[in-house]
Design a protein. Structure first.
Lengths: 75, 553
């Protein structure tokens, strides 16, 4: 089983708006906590460890250059 | 000694002079065990039961100070059943199998470690370590082959190709001893390990925990209660366990900055206990403090548990954090893995190379324990903000979402390691379902004898040699299989099913081992599966026995 990286969302704009809306009015810490819970909920839906590993790698690889090479981002 | 209450905490064992101390030349013994703790005593008893004389040296004259290791697993109890003191442990210990996990002021979930019936032993008992040690010392006293020497401290170790020479210090002065094999069971600060210039390597955790044993009349059920970030001890974890004699063990996480000496003083411990009790229904329960200690923990192991003729077992070889009860329990498994191999090698029945498998099997088991214990520690004491964020997210979700409960890690409780990669295993040629793969420790199952008496699989297995668990095999086939072991290893055939004296009346044995009529399992003297077949042949059995005894290159 492979991570789906081709477009797969049936309603991308609705999802994106719902994601942003979910963070409305939250503090930075509350938003972080919401994201963490969301990651866990979605991970359970995916289920397969191999797919999750690919997802982790895909997300890590998309980081801006300065983060990927381990140096500090500019202030 | 049995029958009346013995205060094992105050018991002192007299130093006795050994005839070896007056010998003109150093006396030579097949096995010298260093350390009379649970691991050293289990090894000594196992060896003695196998006919091997053992000298046990201990630098002290007392049992464990404080309750220390308190959780003994089902597998450990099964091992002690074979060593002759399992029933005493179960009778005295507090049996438990249910754990509850709390986050802040709310119960998040409960788990049951032994949800299925049909096991003789409970998932765990809680028992102060000094009781276990006391029972082992008393059991050892029944075995004339064990020569237990208190206040005999090893101060020098000279390993050689044919044996090990020791210098032993006593109140009467020093003497020399020789051993064919030396078993170092002398704990996490192993002096044998230091004396031969070895070390354990790994992670030391930057955290401190307070253990408080309190005695009180209280109505807590016999369950394991674990709090993450409770209101009475914010930002830290707390663990509550019941022990015999109305004693409760409470572990408080303190953080790295805590002052170890100050924290264990009663005036600092008592308010913590009172605050915890106030959060339960027991706010007014009177209690007294039995013992308090502050500890840090580490996940470490030696690279090799075997250095020539010196073998390391228990905390001397590996150290884990306490979450999961994987310290003493894995040490006892080390001892049982080593005992039958040493006995075979000393009897000339197997080559010395069999001992290599002690190292490889138990190093792999230690890695599994270290992995589980490190993961639990990282969950319980998150080391970064993001780790803490996800930990709390898991706990929040666990209140309402069943899936998140599988991520809550308050310690993955000790189960025996499956020795998957063991060189002693014969790989499967037939398909089998279930967990009893080659390398697995045999799980128990209820059986019925022909005379109507109930029994258990593990009680029917050989206490000495290998066992062939044969399910509904014809008498001719059983006879041929029995003969196949001649000259290779001692083999007891344990026939169950049609035509035999043991019946699998409830069908649990067949289910747990995926048995069909004609199936057979070969079990090692330490009750680990090493081969299995749908249609066993004498040739295949003989080969598997040779492999499992190190007689096959």
């Amino acid at each position: 089983m492979h991570l789906i990286t081709s477009p797969n969302l049936d309603s991308p704009d609705d999802f994106y708006q719902a994601l942003i809306d979910a963070h409305q009015g939250l503090s930075g810490a509350q938003s972080q906590a919401l994201n963490a819970r969301l990651v866990l909920v979605l991970a359970n839906h995916v289920g397969r460890f191999e797919v999750l590993r690919q997802a982790l790698a895909t997300a890590a690889a998309a980081a801006p250059q300065h983060a990927a090479d381990g140096s500090q981002p500019p202030p | 000694m049995k029958g009346r209450a013995v205060d094992y905490q105050t018991l002192q064992f007299p130093y006795r002079r050994s005839a070896d101390q007056s010998a003109p030349n150093p006396a030579r013994h097949p096995v010298v065990v260093v350390g009379a703790g649970p691991v050293g005593m289990a090894l000594a008893i196992d060896l003695a039961q196998r006919g091997v004389p053992v000298v046990v040296l201990d630098n002290d004259d007392r049992l464990s100070v404080g309750s220390r290791a308190i959780c003994f697993s089902k597998r450990t109890l099964e091992i002690f059943d074979r060593l002759g003191c399992g029933q005493r442990l179960v009778d005295k210990g507090v049996s438990w199998q249910v754990g509850r996990v709390f986050f802040k002021d709310q119960e998040v979930f409960r788990f049951d470690l032994q949800p299925e019936p049909g096991h003789e032993r409970p998932a765990f008992i809680n028992l102060q370590q000094y009781y276990l040690e006391g029972y082992l010392v008393e059991r050892a006293a029944e075995l004339p082959l064990i020569d237990l020497r208190w206040k005999h401290e090893v101060v020098a170790v000279e390993p050689g190709p044919d044996g090990v020479e020791l210098m032993v210090e006593t109140p009467d002065g020093a003497y020399r001893l020789r051993a064919d094999y030396l078993a170092a069971c002398d704990g996490s600060r192993s002096s044998v390990r230091q004396l031969i210039g070895q070390e354990s390597k790994g992670r030391v955790f930057q955290d401190r925990f307070l253990i408080a044993d309190v005695r009180m009349q209280a109505d807590f059920p016999a369950e394991r209660w674990f709090w993450f970030d409770p209101p009475f001890h914010p930002n830290q974890s707390v663990l509550l366990h019941m022990q015999p004699d109305q004693v409760w063990r409470i572990d408080f996480q303190l953080g790295w900055d805590a002052d170890a000496e100050a924290e264990k003083r009663p005036e600092n411990v008592l308010p913590r206990v009172r605050a915890m009790l106030a959060a339960t229904a027991l706010q007014d329960a009177p209690f007294t403090l039995e013992w308090a200690s502050v500890y840090t923990f580490a996940c470490l192991r030696m690279d090799h548990f075997r250095r020539g003729r010196v073998l390391f077992a228990g905390d001397a070889a590996h150290r884990v954090s306490p979450f999961g009860a994987r310290g003493a329990n894995s040490g006892v498994q080390d001892a049982e893995n080593l005992a039958w191999k040493l006995a075979r090698v000393l009897a000339g029945a197997s080559p010395d190379a069999l001992l290599e498998s002690y190292g490889s099997e138990r190093e792999a088991a230690a890695d599994e324990n270290l992995l589980n214990s490190s993961r639990a520690t990282d969950f319980i004491t998150p080391k970064s903000d993001i780790s803490r964020l996800f930990r709390d997210a898991v706990l929040e979700l666990a209140k309402t979402q069943a899936f998140a409960r599988s991520l809550v890690n308050s310690g993955r409780l000790s189960v025996p390691a499956t020795l998957h990669a063991s060189p002693l295993n014969t790989p499967d040629i037939d398909p089998f379902a279930g967990r009893m793969v080659p390398g697995a420790a045999a799980v128990d199952a209820p059986l019925l004898r022909a005379d109507g008496r109930p029994t258990w699989l593990l009680r029917e297995l050989s206490g000495a040699g290998f066992s062939l668990l044969a399910f509904s095999l014809s008498p001719d086939r059983l006879k041929a299989l029995r003969q196949a072991a001649d000259g290779v290893a001692e083999l007891a055939v344990v026939a169950v099913g049609t035509g035999s004296d043991l019946a699998d009346e409830r069908g649990l044995l067949a289910r747990r081992y995926d048995l069909q009529p004609g199936s057979a399992y070969l079990l090692r003297p330490d009750q680990h599966v090493c081969a299995r077949w749908r249609t066993p042949t004498p040739e295949a059995l003989r080969r598997a026995l040779r492999c499992a005894t190190g007689q096959e290159a």
